[in-house]
Design a protein around this ligand. Structure first.
Ligand code: G4P
Length: 296
């Protein structure tokens, strides 16, 4: 789903989420574990301010596990409990209600001390498009629910979704906007597939991807595409194009005259990267030196 965000949409999205915060006990901020910064809404602290919050690093099956651990530490340092899950299979999603219960412990204990029977916790999942909000809701609920989300300008009645845990969720997740003004953020999101190719050109995204990978994950790139020599200077555009051409040749993306069809090669590179065929890759680390050294 591609949403064009305009200032009016942002204001509306913010208000819609803030109205929902009154109904819930805890906000679940969903990020993409491969790009925890780029998949974060720039105003999230302001929007969720004052509400208990759990950060969930989704798609952790595709991310470098060492760096994911560092992100969990980093967010803890920022004051937020964080868990890493894979919503596509449901791996570790039970950690979400478990941690939420810990975060809400005081409130639950207060209710118990007053002799009240605590009801199920109420949560709202928020995040930018494509981080996996619908997938996670379906996993927690254990069934497929048609989740539309509040698109900017569309309102409808709220309903609670019962999950397999002691937690109910609002049926429409809070859809936030990404940080647009930073070109790097756009390319990183595009690499993960969160920004469709109609917005950024496929060859440009693949160029950016190969450059990042050559710099940080050369062994993974080399192994997947059977490349020979690493670039002497990964910031040199000619060298990056040479690698893209090598990949194209290996995969038979040739046109007449023996030239490489770069568009086709770019499509292959991005498809395989997004499907995790190059291994578990994280593009952003809280401590920059840590990114791109899988298995250390
Ligand atoms: P959204 O509601 O936040 O917009 O995201 P959505 O759940 O639609 O998920 C976006 C894409 O991310 C989907 O793939 C979904 O399968 C995938 N996804 C969600 N969570 C995970 C995860 O933890 N790990 C992995 N590997 N993928 C995840 P898609 O290609 O758009 O659709 P589909 O081919 O799965 O149908």
């Amino acid at each position: 789903m591609t949403i064009q965000w305009f200032p009016g949409h942002m204001t509306r999205a913010k208000r819609q989420i803030q109205a929902k915060l009154k109904l819930i006990d805890i906000a679940i901020e969903l990020l993409d574990a491969r790009v925890p910064l780029s998949s974060r809404n720039p105003m999230v602290d302001e929007i969720l301010s004052g509400k208990p919050r759990l950060i969930v690093l989704n798609k952790s099956d595709l991310a470098d596990p060492k760096v994911t651990e560092q992100w969990i530490e980093y967010f803890k340092y920022e004051g937020h409990e964080t868990v890493a899950v894979d919503s596509s299979t449901g791996t570790r999603i039970g950690d979400i209600p478990m941690k939420a219960k810990e975060i809400l412990k005081e409130k639950i204990d207060r209710q118990l001390s007053k002799g009240m029977n605590p009801r199920a916790m109420r949560g709202l999942i928020v995040g930018i498009p494509n981080v996996g909000k619908s997938t996670l809701i379906n996993r927690l609920a254990g069934r497929n629910i048609a989740i539309t989300g509040d698109r900017p300008g569309v309102t409808k009645g709220q309903q609670w979704i019962k999950t397999n845990y002691e937690m109910d969720l609002l049926d429409t997740p809070g859809i936030l906007w990404p940080k647009f003004e930073d070109e790097l953020v756009g390319f990183r999101l595009a690499m993960t597939g969160a920004i469709r190719e109609q917005i950024l050109n496929v060859e440009d995204i693949a160029f950016f991807a190969v450059r990042e990978l050559a710099e940080r994950y050369w062994p993974a790139l080399k192994e997947r595409f059977e490349l020979d020599t690493p670039p002497a200077d990964p910031t040199d555009s000619d060298e990056i194009v040479r690698i893209m051409e090598d990949i194209g040749r290996r995969r038979g993306c040739l046109v007449s005259g023996g030239h490489v069809n770069l568009e086709k090669a770019s499509g292959i590179i991005l498809r395989e990267l997004r499907a995790g065929k190059l291994g578990r890759i994280t593009l952003e680390a809280p401590f920059p030196a840590a990114a791109g050294r899988p298995g250390e």
